[in-house]
Design a protein around this ligand. Structure first.
Ligand code: HEM
Ligand code: PLO
Length: 489
């Protein structure tokens, strides 16, 4: 719609042949911060070149809304890159597949399967509570010693997704789980790192350390996925559906039975495998990361004078509304607005996916008063959207209260400039699941324990590490059993 209307292009960073605007970006590992700061010079919407790719960077809510919602279909494509092609076998998954009929079908399938299985079903709540209980047991056993909570949180979250996808789970120290931890870290460290291979695809023929690591990790992942897939195919009878994998097999079967396959619209084994791989990968890495950020912020605002004693407030609310005799349920969510507000604030201040996944324009179109050519990559900088001083009061301050109404009884966002899960056609598929998990895990842990920074250690850094998710640096925690809980039990 922007063509022929005389609209101009966004202002562009200077670019050199071959490398593009790389010089302005090189040496800045925190890409989201670099792109945020460049607004000072170029305005909130600007363009740059990554090698030969034209990239438009969006830093304001107004433009993000246009890209994701108003013109969602114009911008529903995904770029193909060397790393994501390896991860998804050439875009046979959902997250890294471009817009098309097969992608639409896959997305709908998973959406149906997730709502059938998980969301709104008591079975899923029971699974999450089982894992929360096991997490609390581990914390209790390690009481008063400095503990790296990361592997424990990862195992809890992994077991939820594992139950959902494969109807299986891992025990502590399970070698298969340890292998998974290792390969997943390798993938997170290398995928979409804007590594040189994505800018100069021909570099693939040269040995490249990151690429070799990614390939090795993917081999381990694929073997694991393949094994689960084979087991399910062999056991599948068509009438009992135990998990997401079965649900996908069943839908494929009934699609095949009802109509002859349309060429180009067949769900191959690769499609099913990569789809489950997405749910598994996204299910583990995102939720675990948010839990780690939540714990980290609780350590930073424990008993300090300002802005609030977040953890104590959550616990007071729980003591009043739930008490210490029973464990928290999902149906308690409306009773615990302060906990919900805390989760919302964590998702704002440290967005898991600070640049979303890049979008691609599928037609000549426009954003605001600028024309955007077909094939442009569009990066939505969620960090900028969540830290916009025109929208948020003291954006770098962690303040759950900003999400509460005056009576502190209901949560609402004070600004529309808030998109932790994206929006529109490409909105996150796991939003409901993720929110269930975040609520239950935090509620269970904080009902019993107070989390503290070990005395002999400095407060861990709040600086994230940019990657395919915004990672938390390693830190240790002391979980102290609450006196109130001890007295009540
Ligand atoms: C996509 C956030 C958890 C599955 C996304 C996107 C964001 C996001 C920002 C990209 C949207 C875009 O590119 O415009 C989050 C956050 C989570 C979370 C903050 C946790 C708090 C999950 C979980 C699952 C999941 C648990 C799995 C069940 C997906 C998938 C996509 C996606 C499959 C790709 C959608 C598409 O490209 O069509 N998520 N996510 N996410 N998420 Fe999540
Ligand atoms: C995480 C590592 C896994 O081994 C593979 C994987 C699959 C899907 C990816 C996920 C990784 C990272 C987070 C992503 C998710 C799809 C949607 C999600 C990118 C790479 C987000 C936050 O957008």
């Amino acid at each position: 719609t922007g063509t022929g209307t005389g609209l101009g292009r966004p202002r562009s960073l200077p670019a050199l042949p071959f490398v593009g605007s790389l010089l302005q970006l090189a040496g800045h590992p925190q890409l989201h911060l670099r792109l945020w700061r460049l607004q000072g010079h170029y305005g909130s919407l600007y363009a740059l070149w990554m090698g030969s790719h034209y990239v438009v960077v969006v830093n304001s809510y107004r433009h993000a809304r246009e890209v994701l919602l108003k013109k969602g279909k114009d911008f529903a494509g995904r770029p193909r890159t060397v790393t994501t092609d390896l991860l998804s076998r050439g875009g046979k998954d959902i997250a890294f597949a471009s817009y098309g009929p097969l992608w639409k079908f896959q997305r709908k399938l998973v959406h149906t399967a997730l709502s059938m299985f998980g969301e709104g079903s008591l079975a899923l709540e029971r699974i999450i509570c089982r894992e929360a209980a096991s997490l609390c047991e581990t914390l209790g056993a390690a009481q008063d010693t400095a503990l790296d909570m990361a592997p424990e949180l990862t195992r809890a979250v992994t077991n939820v997704v594992c139950s959902l996808c494969f109807n299986s789970s891992y025990r502590r120290g399970d070698p298969e789980f340890e292998a998974m931890l290792e390969y997943s870290q390798g993938i997170v460290d290398t995928v979409a790192k804007e590594s040189l291979v994505d800018i100069f695809p021909w570099l693939q023929i040269f040995p490249n350390k990151d690429l070799a690591l990614l390939k090795k990790c993917l081999q381990v992942r694929d073997q694991l996925l393949q094994q689960k897939f084979t087991e399910h195919k062999e056991a599948f009878s068509g009438d009992t559906v135990k998990d997401l994998m079965d649900a996908l097999l069943q839908v494929r079967l009934s699609a095949e039975n009802s109509s002859p396959p349309v060429p180009g619209l067949e769900l191959t084994d690769d499609h099913l495998l990569m789809t489950v791989g997405d749910i598994f990968g996204a299910g583990v890495e995102t939720t675990t990361t948010v839990l780690k950020w939540a714990v980290l912020y609780l350590l930073h605002y424990p008993e300090s004078l300002l802005p609030s004693q977040v953890q104590r407030k959550i616990q007071e609310e729980m003591d009043q509304k739930i008490g210490l005799v029973r464990h928290p349920h999902l149906s308690d969510r409306p009773l615990l607005p302060y906990l919900e507000a805390t989760i919302s604030e964590v998702l704002r201040i440290r967005p898991v996916s600070p640049l979303l996944i890049p979008h691609v324009s599928l037609a000549d179109t426009s954003i605001g008063e600028y024309s955007i050519p077909k094939g442009a990559r569009v990066i939505i900088n969620l960090w900028s959207v969540h830290h916009d001083e025109k929208e948020w009061d003291k954006p770098e301050e962690f303040n759950p209260g900003r999400f509460l109404d005056e009576q502190g009884q209901h949560i609402h966002s004070p600004s529309p400039s808030y998109l932790p899960f994206g929006a529109g056609i490409r909105v996150c598929l796991g939003k409901v699941l993720a929110k269930m998990e975040l609520f239950l895990f935090l509620a269970w842990v904080l009902q019993r324990f107070t989390l503290e920074c070990p005395e002999d250690q400095p407060l861990p850094s709040l600086e994230g590490k940019f990657g395919v998710v915004l990672q938390v640096q390693k830190f240790q925690v002391k979980a102290r059993l609450r006196d109130a809980w001890r007295a009540a039990s």
